[in-house]
Every structure is written in structure tokens, then in C-alpha cells.
Design a protein. Structure first.
Length: 77
């Protein structure tokens, strides 16, 4: 599984990355985590509101800070 956190460094983006790390730790799964801060790469996903969360190439959330449980639920879909 590959998870990407899309964001240019705003406080919500940093917070979402921390939440995702907690969710990965809780899940016990092997996950490749990547922080994407290149605006051109973010635009390739057609995300206009950060932070964005991408799981295995699919945008699953934009513009909001998720909880650990919400991220876990998205990981288990």
C-alpha cells in the first residue's frame, strides 16, 4: 500500500502527516508513506484544497484534517 499526503507545508498538512503515521503504526500494515509538496504533482491529482490524502493512486480526502480512525477506515477499504 502506498499513501501520499499532499500539501505545501501548512499546519493542517503537517498535522495530517502525523495522523497518517499514527494510523499506519496502529494498522500494523506495511505502508509506503510519501509527503508530496510539489505543487505541480499536487495539481496532477486535481486537488485544489490541501491537505490531500491519496491511497494507492486514488484521492480519498481533500481539504480536511482526518482523525486516526478515519484514516484507518480509508486504509481498510
Amino acid at each position: 500500500m502506498k499513501i501520499e499526503v499532499l500539501g505545501t507545508g501548512c499546519s493542517k498538512c503537517v498535522a495530517l502527516e502525523a495522523v497518517v503515521k499514527q494510523a499506519i503504526s496502529k494498522s500494523g500494515k506495511f505502508v509506503q508513506l510519501e509527503k508530496v509538496d510539489d505543487i505541480m504533482k499536487i495539481m496532477e491529482y486535481q486537488v485544489v484544497s490541501t491537505p490531500g490524502l491519496v491511497i494507492d493512486g486514488t484521492v480519498v480526502s481533500t481539504g480536511k484534517l482526518l482523525t486516526v480512525d478515519e484514516v484507518l477506515a480509508l486504509m481498510n477499504k
